[in-house]
Ligand binder design. Structure first.
Ligand SMILES: [Zn+2]
Length: 241
């Protein structure tokens, strides 16, 4: 049989038994007939662009043409903390962190599904960052430090939206958002140190890590020359330059 100038020689051990086999055979032949074979070297081609070269622009066009719907929640990035910190918060909001409950859901064997910080409840994202007794103590000190007496949070989104509902200048809001992101980062860090290095979680150390890390990040990234530790430690951000 000739396809694309090639000659195929089939050596059947038996003939087709019925119409179904015959139909499948015909289908297979029509599939192998589609590609045009040449003598050249095999190469990869991106068929969505006329140049044959992969471009991000063409993906954008495909997505645009597909009229994708906007996600319900759009994560806001904050330039005053490292990208990895934003990524962690973004994954937490999507419930994509490998907490013990998440691992159990994926049929991965874990020693215990209980929260490594308190040992009382299953470790879900919601528990780890919101309802865990250890973390609530951390949030209480952070809320006091940032002068947020009525900071009630029921979801990761509430933490990420904290700045939106707090009155103040754009700089204060941005700094507060950076603190919230750093807090999520530090909670995940202390959780990992407890799980992998058998460290004893300390509320005091976690709070002090949040304060000092966010200070270093905000000071270096915001280029606020006048921001010093005294201002940051008192969260008196109206004194920022
Ligand atoms: Zn817990």
């Amino acid at each position: 049989m000739g396809i694309n100038g090639l000659r195929w020689k089939w050596e059947w051990k038996r003939s087709s038994r019925n119409d179904v086999e015959e139909a499948k055979w015909q289908q297979f032949v029509s599939m192998v007939a589609i590609p045009v074979l040449s003598d050249g070297i095999d190469e990869w081609t991106w068929t969505k662009d006329s140049s044959g070269v992969y471009r991000v622009k063409s993906i954008k066009e495909i997505l645009h043409n597909a009229r994708y719907t906007l996600p319900q929640y759009v994560f806001i990035w904050n330039g005053w903390v490292p990208k990895k910190v934003g990524f962690l918060a973004w994954r937490a909001e999507l419930d994509r962190l490998p907490t013990r409950c998440a691992l159990v859901r994926r049929n991965i064997n874990v020693e215990s599904h209980l929260c490594p910080l308190c040992g009382d409840e299953p470790e879900s994202t919601e528990h780890l960052f919101l309802s865990c007794g250890f973390v609530q103590s951390v949030w209480a000190v952070i809320a006091q430090w940032c002068k947020l007496p009525n900071a009630f949070v029921f979801s990761i989104r509430d933490i990420l939206d904290m700045d939106v509902h707090t009155p103040g200048s754009a700089k204060l809001k941005k700094a507060l958002y950076a603190v919230c992101l750093t807090s999520l980062w530090c909670v995940w860090k202390v959780r990992n140190e407890t799980v992998f290095n058998q460290a004893s979680p300390s509320v005091q150390k976690t709070v002090s890590d949040i304060k000092s890390l966010s200070f270093v990040w905000v000071k270096s990234r915001s280029k606020e020359v006048s921001l010093d530790w005294e201002i940051w430690n008192g969260f008196n951000l109206h004194k920022m330059g």
